[in-house]
Design a protein around this ligand. Structure first.
Ligand SMILES: [Zn+2]
Ligand SMILES: [Zn+2]
Length: 386
């Protein structure tokens, strides 16, 4: 019922109130002001606000949902500082435009909404340009926060890579033994785990991880183990570490970090044989070169191998091993070596695109700084869905 009111641009606090009173929009519309007041105890000022709004064409429900989710139910101008109530506001006024599309709508709090409706010439006016800029910036900030929250709580689709010994070691260092999962018993019976996993029989892992039922159980078990450890550790977004200030921190080496975004994979061979060499995932951005070494033994499937061989969007959990220097195409880079625990597809991504031009968009999406080894395809040739 709340959403129905929101579709008409009714402020959320009023929508809440009316829904608590059990007055649906249809009743509100067909009931006289006098009866709304006497029968339902609705304040005449509220009646005055709501009556004209519900004569409009309602905003599509899906548009309302998207708007609210993308803004985290929060005013994009003050970010919820002035009020946690919100209104869906038409950037070009409804009376002029009747435009209920996503691009013409924005989530504002009542205070900022007042500023948006002040006529030009008055002080403290929120201009259309300011509102549009705030909306775009806030959408991205919310998207980043949501993706970070998902990463910190271990939400990952399909692990492409799981370094099981490293996960076991981490677990041992934190809680003395591997946490039990619903698969522990099966793995114990099969002798793949011993005594609730203090040791892992390497033979039990098979050659590579993707060759059979045991391996899939092993993967699921260790992914769950890793997820259960996340809340014990402070995983930092790598985006927030790629700056001089972070580098100078004494505890930089050893920092647990996750990265969400495009990476380039190189040197994968499949299927695994003991002679296979290490491959890597990397990114180059603003003078930094970050690299995650991939032990081919722990790639989870041939599909994963394909994904890890090219450019894809990943969620990577790792720990900073070392920092050095690297010259690439005559350009000096700060090289960060990160040892990965788990790599997979993120459930939520971060849009780093500053809306400029199409080709720029492709570069940013892939965290590609425009120069590459000669055998790489150019970023401009990559198809990016709009
Ligand atoms: Zn506000
Ligand atoms: Zn408005």
């Amino acid at each position: 019922m709340i959403n129905t009111y929101l579709q008409y641009g009714v402020p959320s606090c009023i929508a809440n109130d009316l829904s608590e009173k059990g007055v649906p929009v249809t009743t509100f519309r067909t009931t006289s002001a006098n009866n709304l007041e006497s029968k339902y105890g609705i304040d005449p000022r509220i009646i005055q606000i709501v009556k004209p709004l519900i004569t409009r064409q309602p905003i599509d429900e899906a548009v309302v949902t998207t708007l609210l989710e993308r803004s985290n139910f929060t005013c994009c101008c003050c970010k919820g500082v002035k009020s946690n109530s919100y209104i869906i506001h038409h950037i070009e006024e409804y009376s002029e435009s009747q435009d209920n599309s996503y691009s013409n709508l924005v989530v504002l709090c009542p205070a900022c909404h007042d500023l948006a409706h002040r006529g030009p010439g008055l002080t403290n006016v929120l201009t259309t340009e300011q509102i549009l800029r705030n909306k775009e910036n806030w959408d991205k900030q919310v998207e980043k926060q949501n993706a970070e929250a998902a990463a910190r709580s271990g939400k990952i689709n399909d692990a492409d890579y799981l370094n099981i010994p490293r996960i076991a070691e981490l677990s041992n260092s934190l809680i003395d033994q591997l946490p039990q999962t619903s698969l522990s018993d099966v793995l114990l019976i099969k002798d793949i785990l011993s005594s609730y996993g203090q040791h892992i029989d390497e033979k039990g892992l098979g050659v590579g991880l993707s060759d059979g039922g045991h391996s899939i159980r092993v993967q699921h078990h260790f992914l769950r183990v890793f997820q259960s450890l996340l809340h014990r550790l402070n995983f930092v977004n790598l985006d927030d570490l790629l700056n001089k200030g972070s580098l100078s921190r004494p505890d930089f080496i050893g920092t647990f970090c996750f990265y969400i975004g495009g990476l380039i994979g190189k040197g994968i061979t499949w299927p695994y044989t003991p002679g296979n060499l290490m491959s890597r995932l990397y990114l180059r951005r603003k003078g930094f070169y970050c690299e995650w070494l991939i032990d081919p033994k722990y790639i989870t499937s041939s599909t994963s191998s394909d994904r890890l061989s090219g450019r894809s969007v990943f969620l990577v959990y790792g720990r900073i091993k070392s920092v050095g220097k690297k010259t690439l195409n005559n350009k000096k880079h700060i090289a960060i070596d990160i040892r990965p625990y788990a790599i997979g597809t993120p459930t939520a991504t971060i849009n780093r695109t500053p809306n400029i031009a199409y080709i720029k968009a492709a570069e940013y999406m892939l965290d590609y700084d425009g120069e590459e080894d000669s055998n790489e395809t150019s970023a401009a040739s990559i198809i990016v869905s709009p």
